[in-house]
Write a protein that binds this ligand. Structure first.
Ligand code: PFF
Length: 456
């Protein structure tokens, strides 16, 4: 029965370790690379407000649901959901949620690792002083030349996957937990150093104003959709990663408290990253709305012009690599757990198999920037296609099914028990939010992302 189920993969040493690992999974390229540029593209403050609302109404309830399912099932996402459904005499086909999660995590890691590889390359570019005194054209040319070379991208992609495999193969406590325990605090220290540097530019309050002064005229319907989609991505929801990490949580820990800490930490890192990045952008007369190139093109120009830019630029990219790495390990875990349980193989073998598969798929993303820039499917190149398929389809659909399964399909006493919230008013808040608000909000994004609201 659910109460006595144990994970064959191990357990965190404490609830704190879980919070750290899950926050490490949540904080990544999404917070430091993506959040600032989508905020920049969507006009800043008003977008940030909508994003915070999405985190609260969709992210929070779903994060609790996913941890709950993981801890109750204590297996890979497919088997966890199948067992829970069986315990409660519900259809075993709900396990499709777990399957979608595993597929999403596999696909996301294949391109996530390539982008994390760019950041790793930029640690060296910055460290060797390649940005010093350069102008916008020459920095753009450096970036274009870099991504045009498939061998360079494959090299860094291999290193990222290699290290990810190395850590995950060592297991939950010795691998994932010990890596996150020193990496996450280091990342936070680097971030704070960079904010201090940004304060020194004299443009800090321009950054604050950009992020927090809402100008609703700049908010488009797509901005809403982007904000909700990002709430999923940034909290690592619906990929099975959080479910796996939840499977290793000790029984007595409070899920709600853990979820609150993860959300606070993830949101704080996104906002603080914005406060580190935008003042540097403004101080150097650059534009905040450069899109995905904000970090790899705009920011190096700023570092190239600023005092001690070489040191702080290097620290910035080291921070980005660490943040991405603690997310990458969480993305590998669902496939590894599934292979171990399904094929009854050892963790080492499972990790190597999964790593090879993901590495191979990543080559498709690498080639999207050089040899295969043309259309792969539906007018998109391979990377854009994977990004679209995961962020706009698999995550929202998986999240929608997951919230329906936990809040509508599972009996109340089961969720109340697993959340340790018997008779608490917060339980009802979670339940009614999860039943009536979260699914509708997700539905709006999902239909919106399919273009159904175009023309409104
Ligand atoms: N949350 C990570 C980020 O913001 O970069 C990305 C991510 C990690 C998504 C793990 C999904 C996941 F399972």
């Amino acid at each position: 029965m659910a109460e006595t189920r144990q994970s064959i993969h191990g357990q965190w040493t404490s609830r704190f370790a879980f919070i750290l690992a899950a926050t490490g999974a949540a904080v990544g390229l999404g917070n430091i690379w993506k959040f600032p540029y989508i905020a920049g593209e969507n006009g800043g403050g008003a977008f940030v407000l909508v994003y915070l609302l999405c985190i609260l109404l969709v992210g929070g309830p779903l994060l609790m649901s996913e941890i709950l399912l993981g801890r109750r099932g204590r297996q890979n996402p497919i088997n966890s959901i199948r067992s829970i459904a069986k315990d409660e005499n519900r259809s075993k086909y709900w396990a499709v949620i777990g399957l979608m999660g595993i597929v999403a995590s596999f696909l996301i890691l294949s391109y996530y690792s390539v982008i994390a590889g760019w950041a790793l390359d930029y640690v060296f570019k910055s460290g060797m002083g390649q940005f010093a005194g350069q102008n916008a054209q020459s920095i753009d040319a450096t970036f274009d030349k870099f991504i045009a070379n498939p061998w360079a991208l494959i090299f860094w992609h291999t290193i990222i996957i290699g290290f990810t495999v190395f850590v995950v193969a060592r297991g939950v406590q010795k691998g994932i937990e010990s890596a996150v325990r020193f990496m996450f605090p280091l990342m936070v220290v680097l971030l704070l150093i960079l904010v201090g540097y940004a304060m020194d530019t004299g443009y800090f309050f321009k950054g604050v104003e950009f992020l927090f002064h809402p100008d609703f005229a700049k908010l488009t319907p797509e901005g809403f959709l982007t904000a909700l989609g990002h709430a999923f991505f940034t909290l690592s929801l619906a990929t099975g990663s959080i479910m796996m990490y939840g499977a290793y949580v000790p029984k007595q820990s409070s899920i709600a408290t853990a979820a609150i800490w993860i959300i606070i930490a993830d949101t704080a890192v996104a906002l603080i990253s914005g406060l580190a990045i935008f003042p540097m952008v403004f101080a150097n007369g650059l534009v905040p709305s450069a899109g995905p190139g904000l970090i790899f093109q705009t920011l190096p120009i700023a570092f190239g012009q600023m005092g001690f830019g070489r040191i702080f630029g290097t620290l910035f990219f080291i921070m980005l690599v660490i943040a991405a790495f603690t997310s990458a390990i969480s993305l590998l875990e669902p496939t590894v757990a599934w292979l171990m349980e399904r094929l009854k193989i050892m963790r080492l073998q499972a990790t190597i198999f999964a790593g090879i598969g993901i590495w191979l798929l990543g080559i498709g993303t690498v080639l999207s920037f050089n040899a295969m820039p043309g259309h792969f499917l539906f007018g998109m190149n391979f990377f854009d296609f994977l990004d679209y398929l995961t962020a706009n389809i698999l995550l929202p659909l998986g999240g929608l099914l997951m919230i329906i399964f936990t809040a509508w399909v599972l009996p109340r006493h089961t969720t109340e028990d697993e959340l340790n919230m018997k008779g608490k008013v917060y339980y009802r808040l979670w339940l009614y939010g999860s039943r009536f608000i979260t699914p509708f909000a997700i539905l709006v994004v999902f239909l919106g992302s399919l273009g159904l609201f175009n023309g409104f």
